[in-house]
Write a protein that binds this ligand. Structure first.
Ligand SMILES: C[S@@+](CC[C@H](N)C(=O)[O-])C[C@H]1O[C@@H](n2cnc3c(N)ncnc32)[C@H](O)[C@@H]1O
Length: 263
């Protein structure tokens, strides 16, 4: 059996009771931390709390050579992921590979950043459209810097349809965890290059360290939010379309947003 378990958002105690019981009964526990990361804990604390050794997998062990899933033919194997295992990851691929090998699978859900953003900001889940990720720019062998404009186009298209965008921020082994400020700087750069004047006067909401006892949630016009200090990772952004009046009130009261958005 291969059990996919979502760990929730911040530390080792965010796991569900069902998830914890499944780990306790497992023969072996694997984990990947490249799609998300629990900043309120570390592997040692998790091993102590779960009572099991944790084997950390690299991206290639999950996406290219997931030979370890064969162990689940005979044994009870657990695969741990930050948040919910199936939200903003490609782990359904792993599940399908397992099923094709005749391995039974289960999914035990964890709290996800996708719903936490709604809970913390007051933006309504049903008013979000396609989400996007801002990747770190990269430099080609010839020294050219490539900046993906896909997130910008997604945000603009959602906005024009009157819908919100959830903007995940890149995690990169070498470059680290993208901050809200860096994400906004990239969007501003694209806006400037394309002379669209779309970004600066839009409201955005930044959320840092969801799931911790001191998350930071701040809404403001992007031209101001870009200088706000959110502190340590993880960070995420939401860029709302036109706001329902309750959402506007929530952004003022829950996210210290500017009073003008109530007008
Ligand atoms: C690729 S998504 C994976 C989401 C995860 N599977 C889930 O369900 O929460 C990871 C991105 O979500 C955001 N994120 C995840 N956890 C977060 C947290 N606790 N606080 C703020 N942002 C978070 C960050 O932008 C991070 O780079």
């Amino acid at each position: 059996m291969l059990n996919f378990i979502g760990l929730g958002l911040y530390d080792e105690k965010d796991i569900s009771v069902k998830g914890l019981e499944t780990i306790k009964n497992a023969d072996k526990v694997y984990l990947e931390f490249y799609t998300s990361h629990l900043f309120g804990t570390d592997i040692k604390k998790m091993e102590q709390f779960y009572g099991k050794k944790i084997h950390v997998l690299k991206r290639e062990d999950v996406e290219q050579h997931p030979d370890w899933i064969d162990e689940a033919k005979e044994k009870n194997i657990v695969f741990l992921t930050g948040g919910d295992s199936m939200v903003a990851t490609t782990h359904v691929d792993l599940r399908i590979r397992a099923i094709d090998k005749g391995i039974k699978t289960s999914v035990i859900h964890g709290a996800s950043i996708a719903s936490a953003v709604c809970g913390l900001t007051g933006l309504q889940n049903y008013r979000f459209s396609k989400s996007t990720t801002i990747p770190f720019p990269y430099t080609t062998g010839r020294g050219k810097t490539i900046v993906s404009e896909v997130p910008y186009d997604t945000i603009k298209s959602n906005f024009e349809q009157g819908l919100h965008t959830l903007v995940y921020l890149d995690i990169d082994m070498d470059k680290g965890y993208m901050s809200i400020n860096k994400g906004l700087e990239i969007l501003q750069g694209i806006d400037k290059k394309r002379r669209e004047n779309f970004i600066n006067d839009k409201i955005a909401v930044g959320v840092a360290r969801a799931g911790s006892y001191n998350p930071v949630i701040k809404a403001d016009y992007i031209s101001s939010l870009i200088d706000f200090e959110f502190g340590s990772p993880l960070h995420i952004l939401a860029i709302p379309g036109p706001l329902h009046f309750i959402e506007a009130e929530a952004l003022v009261k829950l996210a210290d947003g500017p009073e003008q958005i109530l007008d």
